[in-house]
Ligand binder design. Sequence first.
Ligand code: CDP
Length: 230
Amino acid sequence: MPPQPDGRLRIAIDGPAGAGKSTVAKEVARRLGISYLDTGAMYRAAAWLALRFGIGLTDADSIANLLEQKPPRFTCDHDGNMEVYWSGERITEVLRTPEVSEAVSALSAHPRIRQILTSWQSEYGDEHDVVMDGRDIGTVVLPNAEVKVFLTADLKERAARRANELTRKGLTTSTEEMALAIEKRDAHDTGRTIAPLRQAPDAHRIDSTGRSVEEVVDSILSLVPWEYSS
Ligand code: CDP
């Protein structure tokens, strides 16, 4: 796609859980010196708020009200780092716990919550050069992104990566348990009516099974039009 009139570079990376989106998105952003926005962290922040305040996951309106009245703060630097704060508390790490992962899919299917978060994300894309990862970035949030990628990997490998990630953080889980959890979440994300997990027709499909982060990052960087390389 040729550069658009605003001259911005937006890279959309979508795909199922554990495909390696955030690791590669962060590195692509770092290599290009642009922002990285993890939209999953935004949905996770909404789920964390629900758990924190004991709000039922079906009570989307109360969660949406809280998001609007006291929004989490998302900060991005130009080195691929993103942090999440709520009321002065840094919540970046706690958003990755299994409790939040378990809760997030149910809540991310609610129209009002999606509408709030999607509008924050689109606004960010209007104002910044950014690598954004999620489920509906190429289809809904940034339909005119200059580069779109759909990143996949075998379920077994995705589950093993996720289990290792949690083990490194001192939480115990098996690859089998993880495979069940992410399969369930993917089914939920793919089956919902609003903004389901889908490959955009103009997205490049990259399978990261058995490939290093470096290789996947290089494949994505090779899709960036030459006009954007400094
Ligand atoms: O890192 P991982 O692939 O496990 O998930 P994530 O990107 O942190 O997203 C967590 C959940 O948020 C997903 O399972 C979706 O339910 C939801 N999500 C979404 O609906 N739309 C997005 N753009 C990003 C995440």
